[in-house]
Design a protein around this ligand. Structure first.
Ligand SMILES: *Cc1c(COP(=O)(O)O)cnc(C)c1O
Length: 254
């Protein structure tokens, strides 16, 4: 069964050690510097790009360290882990849900997060909308697109994204902000470029539809190994785990 390939939690968190806090500081500086140098090179404004620090498998103390070093957006993949970590964090930051959201966890996701990037069915979007309305809020969402058409991967196939966007946009409890993808893994980051190009093309196609124009602001693509390539291809939001926090424990590689 395909679904069994989706992990639902990290089995352990990485240990917190002092040295890691130092490392996080310099890693963030390095990521920002690479983005700004690269943007200069390709003629983009680095302020257009949001860096989301992906904390799965990392203890709350390290996520707090990232926030203290200027990270404004943090992401979690697993509701259970988020429930332990998010309540102890302080400061002002946006919380992104980026992992598969099971329908029975939609209420918690609405309570704990500001944005759900992993909307992979219209039913899930409807549920998030309903929970948001009953919580008295409006939830930002992104549509996850399975741009590399992997059978085991979540997300809308590209040809269904426009229809999904139109339906999701009508839901009263959510505010559609754009598209997200996790492309097929390749050892060589250059091999991922065509997927970024494809998602960007789809994004522009939706954005030029009058009704969807205001719902296509965010293009969330690019991770630690390929964020500069994603930025070259038009990404406005990069989701970075290992390049900020270092390697994750074995049980939460995905
Ligand atoms: C883990 C994860 C990331 C970050 O991956 P890194 O390679 O550590 O940067 C980004 N997006 C999603 C959806 C993830 O699950």
């Amino acid at each position: 069964m395909i679904l069994s390939r989706v992990s639902i939690e990290c089995k352990e968190l990485a240990p917190t050690i002092m040295l890691k806090e130092e490392t996080i500081h310099s890693n963030i500086a390095r990521v920002r510097q690479r983005i700004s140098e690269h943007c200069k090179h390709i003629g983009r404004d680095p302020d257009e790009i949001t860096v989301v620090a992906v904390g799965k498998g990392m203890p709350a103390a390290l996520v707090q360290e990232a926030i203290s070093n200027g990270i404004t957006d943090i992401a979690e993949n697993y509701i259970r882990e988020a429930g332990e970590k998010l309540p102890v964090l302080s400061g002002s930051f946006r919380k992104h849900m980026i992992g598969h959201l099971q329908t029975n966890k939609a209420r918690k996701a609405v309570q704990w997060f500001d944005i759900v990037q992993s909307i992979d069915t219209v039913d899930l979007a409807s549920l998030v909308s309903r929970e948001a309305l009953s919580a008295g809020k409006r939830m930002d969402v992104l549509i996850q697109v399975n741009i590399s058409r992997e059978p085991q991967k979540r997300g809308f196939l590209p040809e269904f994204a426009a229809q999904a966007a139109l339906e999701i946009q009508k839901l009263p409890g959510v505010s559609l902000k754009g598209l997200m993808t996790i492309p097929r893994f390749h050892e060589d980051p250059e091999a991922v470029r065509p997927y970024f190009k494809d998602l960007r093309r789809l994004f522009m196609k939706l954005k030029t539809q009058e009704t969807l124009r205001n719902s296509m602001e965010v293009l969330s693509m690019g991770m630690s190994d390929d964020f500069l390539i994603a930025i070259e291809e038009g990404s406005t939001m990069v989701r970075i785990g290992r390049a900020i926090y270092g390697n994750r424990p074995q049980s939460c590689q995905t």
